[in-house]
Design a binder for this molecule. Structure first.
Ligand SMILES: O=C(O)c1ccccc1NCC(=O)[C@H](O)[C@H](O)COP(=O)(O)O
Length: 216
């Protein structure tokens, strides 16, 4: 059953839309200069207060001072920190040790070695993505061998490739942002559509697995 993360929420309307669709995770880009979805930590605190309690809030950071994710994890604003920059193992372990909360480390996948680096990461979860994050572009999925640890698949996923993404790579979770926008804003109808689609795909996959088990 692939989980769903909807990333790059920026306003109250986005919160209302995800509360209706109930993805597993909601992502907020926090204090990343020059990125259009970036919010201040104070704004994220306000938005998270309106988030359905069953949806886990994830903060996305790029080479932030570690004190920033640490404070938002410690005060309960965030369930997890997603690191989308050049954060090294010491940085990851510092956040894990100081908060006891999950760390998701994003990797830009351009070569098979990038995948191997990701697989060795001490992060609680890895996230395989195209590049800088939130670009709406997929990477070359053929670079990914069968993966034995839970991973998020990101980068240009949308209604046209969701089924093949899950059927081919079997991610623990899919992470979407750009494909759920119209004119640069999250689109409630697209969010509802993708949540419904994922439910159907998960139901079919579960049925197939049950049948395979019965036939063995
Ligand atoms: O969305 C951003 O602006 C962003 C900026 C800096 C780092 C990460 C960022 N986004 C991360 C995500 O939205 C997701 O993890 C993922 O990259 C989804 O991307 P896509 O569906 O291709 O837009």
């Amino acid at each position: 059953m692939a989980k769903l993360k909807i990333c790059g929420l920026t306003c109250k309307e986005d919160i209302e839309a995800v509360n209706g669709a109930k993805p597993d995770f909601a992502g907020f880009i926090i204090e990343v200069p020059g990125r259009r979805r970036s919010l201040t930590a104070e704004r994220v605190k306000v938005l998270v207060k309106g988030l359905d309690k069953e949806i886990l809030p994830v903060g996305v950071f790029v080479n932030a001072a570690p004190e920033l994710p640490i404070s938002l994890l410690r005060d309960g604003t965030l369930w997890a920190a997603q690191l989308h920059g050049d954060e090294d193992e010491d940085y990851i372990e510092k956040i894990q040790n100081m908060t006891g909360k999950p760390v998701i480390k994003a990797f830009s996948i351009k070569t098979p070695e990038d995948v191997q680096r990701a697989l060795r990461s001490p992060a609680d979860y890895i996230l395989l993505d195209h590049g800088a994050g939130g670009t709406g572009e997929p990477f070359d999925w053929t670079l990914v061998p069968p993966v034995r640890r839970p991973f998020f698949l990101a980068g240009g996923i949308g209604p046209e490739n969701l089924r093949s993404a899950i059927g081919t790579l079997h991610p623990w979770a899919v992470d979407l942002s750009s494909s759920l926008e119209t004119d640069g804003r999250k689109d409630r109808a697209k969010i509802q559509q993708i949540a419904r689609m994922l439910k159907q795909i998960n139901t079919l996959e579960a049925y197939r697995k049950e049948r395979e088990a019965d036939l063995e």
